[in-house]
Design a protein. Structure first.
Ligand code: RB5
Length: 150
């Protein structure tokens, strides 16, 4: 089973706890990279931890949760090798894997109820990159990353 790195800020903390319990009960190896309370923290710190774990193959996939998922995705996508996608439903999560070969799922703890969030997580984890015509498109994203000067 895929090794999952997970992280959240204070706005994603409660949902992270639910997702960690679900992943462990489902048998996924999970590395919880914090935060560990609802005390205010800065989401980029957690986005970088999880993104580096995925980029260095310490984990196969990542899950990041903040209030909306947006700040986490903006930050994660700055890390080379990361394709992070916000999803608010199972279809988006499935497409993120099948078409975009996303390796990090970003969720909004202030947007989603736990039931919907767990459906989204399952859709993400059960889907696979479809390859084919999508491969060239992902390569074009990777080429941009290689050409980047920062
Ligand atoms: C924290 O208040 C909030 O800004 C953060 O969780 C996230 O939603 C940012 O994108």
């Amino acid at each position: 089973m895929e090794r999952i790195a997970i992280g959240a800020d204070h706005a994603g903390f409660a949902l992270k706890e639910e997702i960690v319990r679900f992943l462990q009960a489902s048998g996924y190896p999970v590395e919880d990279m914090g935060t560990q309370s609802d005390e205010s923290v800065d989401y980029p710190d957690y986005a970088v931890r999880v993104s580096r774990a995925v980029a260095t193959r310490q984990a196969d996939l990542g899950i990041l949760i903040c209030g909306t998922g947006i700040g986490m995705s903006i930050t994660a996508n700055k890390v080379k090798g990361i394709r992070a996608a916000v999803a608010t439903n199972g279809y988006m999560a499935r497409m993120a894997r099948e078409h975009n070969d996303a390796n990090i799922l970003c969720l909004g703890g202030r947007v989603l109820g736990a039931g919907l969030a767990l459906d989204i997580v399952q859709a993400f984890l059960q889907s696979r990159f479809a390859g084919g015509r999508h491969t060239d498109r992902v390569h074009k994203i990777q080429a941009l990353e290689q050409a980047s000067t920062t």
